[in-house]
Write a protein that binds this ligand. Sequence first.
Ligand code: ADE
Length: 244
Amino acid sequence: MSEPATPSNRLPWRATVVTLFPELFPGPLAASLAGDALQQGLWALDTIAVRDFGLGRHKSVDDTPAGGGAGMVMRADVLGPALDAATATNPGAPRIYLTPRGEPLTQGLARELAAAPGAVLLAGRFEGIDQRIIEARQLREISIGDYVLSGGELAAMVLIDAVVRLLPGVVGAAASLTEESFEQGLLEYPHYTRPRDWEGLPIPEVLLSGDHKRIEAWRRAESERLTRERRPDLWAWKKKHEER
Ligand code: ADE
């Protein structure tokens, strides 16, 4: 009997990216935490090249928009077979289309995706994709923020990174996950390390006191202050949910 690849005795979480630019992957996901975990088999990554499913002599993947207008639209009859190939290598994984008009990627959504067997991620280019593929292949539309990237590949990498660090065994100390930004509905408190004085700036006295109760209270107060100042939306949401 061989050892299971993951602590939970399941297959590793698998990302299958459907893209015109497979050479962009793993890119930054090969480094650091995600890269080490990839090497260890805690998650898996593969790409499906949309161009392989292109039509005709020119392997065409897009066409002009019905109704006219600027730009090009990726064809449903190209994306359909590409997505089906992705699902064949990653069965049971939700199919996601990265788009600025999707639901926002949050820590909560990252947790939800980490609990799935993996994800099939469609990275678009050009003006967009034919609406019929979204409906016919039940694509969940997800945005990484209110700005427009030139393609979905960077957004797919952001999503993968946010999910992978939540997988069992990827981040060493569980505490470093539960204390970080958003996990408690608060932004993270400030950190300090040696030297004790740097350019005339001291480490806050309380952190050197050894009094763990006081330290915890200070960190909590700083988290709350930062959240109130910088993210009144998060703060209001948290207050509302605490009332119930
Ligand atoms: N593709 C282009 N912009 C994007 C965004 N903000 N989020 C997800 N996918 C995108």
